[in-house]
Design a binder for this molecule. Sequence first.
Ligand code: NAX
Ligand code: ADP
Ligand code: K
Length: 585
Amino acid sequence: MYVVTAEEMRELDRQTIERLGIPAIALMENAGRAIAEEIIRFCRYQAGGGGTPAAWNQAGGASEAAGTRELERGDAGAAGRSRNGGAYGPGGRGDAGALGSGGPGVQPPGFSVSGDAALTLEHAGAEHWLVLVGKGNNGGDGLAAARHLREAGIAVTLVYAAAPESLAGEAALQQNAAAAMGLPAAVYGRDRVDFAACSGILDALLGTGSAGAPRGAYAELIAAANGSGKPIVSADIPSGLDADTGRAHEPYIHAAVTVCLAFLKRGLLQYPGAASAGQVVVRSIGIPAALARESGVPASLLTPEVLRTRLQVDVSRRRSPEGHKGTYGHVLVAAGTLSMSGAGLLASRAALRAGCGLVTWALPTMLLPYVIGAAPELMLAAAGGENGAWSAGTAAEVLRLSSGRDVTAVGPGLGRFEGDGEWLRALWEGIEAPLVIDADALNILADSEYGSWASRRHPVILTPHPGEMARLARLSTAEVQRDRIGLALTYAREHGVTLVLKGAHTVIATPEGEAYVNITGHPGMGTGGVGDVLTGIIAGLLAQGLNAVQAAAFGVYLHGLAGERAVRLRHDPAALTAGDIIEAL
Ligand SMILES: NC(=O)C1=CN([C@@H]2O[C@H](COP(=O)(O)OP(=O)(O)OC[C@H]3O[C@@H](n4cnc5c(N)ncnc54)[C@H](O)[C@@H]3O)[C@@H](O)[C@H]2O)[C@@H](O)CC1
Ligand SMILES: Nc1ncnc2c1ncn2[C@@H]1O[C@H](COP(=O)(O)OP(=O)(O)O)[C@@H](O)[C@H]1O
Ligand SMILES: [K+]
């Protein structure tokens, strides 16, 4: 599933309208219908007594099978999922259906009327939705949705942020149609709006054309909608959100559901925006996915489908019946010090659990006797150093050990030491295999002008958390978090590395200028050592022959899934420890 910026979305809109000749009003009609269907599904789900489950959905996407389809996330779980029912649980057929259906075995008559199940609601009379209408096309989408809601028997009241006469283009056509249908309308500031009397609110104030903090009537309507306590469904993005970065301007809508149109917007994956969108449903509106591919949209959501088709990963992880430990590669881990030996142990154990054939853990010599037997499957190699710490002189031994190994992972629990810049440079320039760089090795890199080091024939994967990324990019952590996707894309391309920017919704960016955003995992994973486990998993996959991007993306995906699986055995996600994730792999 592609993830776009507002600018990319405008370009795709333009190409659909100008190159393919699909009228803008048709796209808006599709958007309005999709929004109305999702509101009806939400009403149905609420009437069933359920809350809104937190799962990502793509419904009726261009490249997907017809109908609502939950995004596959392996066995990662959200409550209330149903293949046919979609986001909020089983979809009722309402009172629609073929006429004259007889009992079993009875031939239906040659004539039938198929009701529009997705646009019917059994207890529609109990619903009254306020539709907050902005001046642009987002408002137009809301007006089209309002007509469908009304057709379904749901009472709607339009609330214009600006005088209805000020709407232009397709939005003006929608305004005329709504007026001709006699939909009740109020203009904010002129008419009284009773938020307390409604059952839900459609936020169609601001979409991808929004610039800066909501002003005037927009700001007041957003504040009133949030203050009402009623469920809010947002059209495309919650109003007040920056569609690209997820920055939340004050005030911004706190939505229960966001019906994102055509393609997922970057701002819905980046915090704090991601937290304000509620359940996100992506709905196709007739813009072909092929256009996104052809125009080189760089970012995608990391789904099993993307892993399989775009990244060509064998997610079934088939092993040859004739395979042996030599088939699945040998990882060298250079990690751990006296006070942080566990980091090396976690990374090494995780590499084994990721399925590689052999793991050698190189560590400061003094440490070795203490870790013997901690994981009997590991091979240990004394690398030298002093007092359980690494030293510049250990580079030669790490280089020697790396020869004949399929990948070297360096960094977890490494610590800093005199001459560590030259040490890392020797590894960078001398290791003839893929290199995974994490933790303190990233801090060493950040203090080096590594752009001047000899370029490598084999790939490099960097796995920074936001703090490490800040040091690498010479920014503050807040600046890193402001637009993680944008920064990861730029950094990976400029430095020719595969970058794994960790944290909620980890971003994997490639030297070729693509990015994948992961949604497996959970906040319980914010605990010491979890990153070391990821390093081990990625190294273990590389050893098995996956290329850098495949190993980084699949590794991040599996790491999150294992985190989800591990937490099911606990009463509280906060109880999760890094070792649990290894055991859940
Ligand atoms: N071709 C189409 O008709 C399509 C329309 N779409 C919809 O159109 C939206 C984008 O439409 P637009 O480009 O018209 O833009 P918007 O509808 O997002 O908003 C633009 C309007 O809001 C005003 N505005 C911008 N920032 C403001 C602020 N901070 N405070 C107050 N007012 C502000 C502008 O003056 C302008 O009138 C998408 O989000 C989507 O909902 C999409 O569904 C795609 C297809
Ligand atoms: N809120 C979250 N949602 C999903 N994953 C998370 C979240 N918080 C942390 N993680 C994951 O946990 C890991 C933590 O790594 P890191 O900060 O390097 O920890 P450490 O250095 O202790 O090993 C990363 O893979 C990160 O993506
Ligand atoms: K909106």
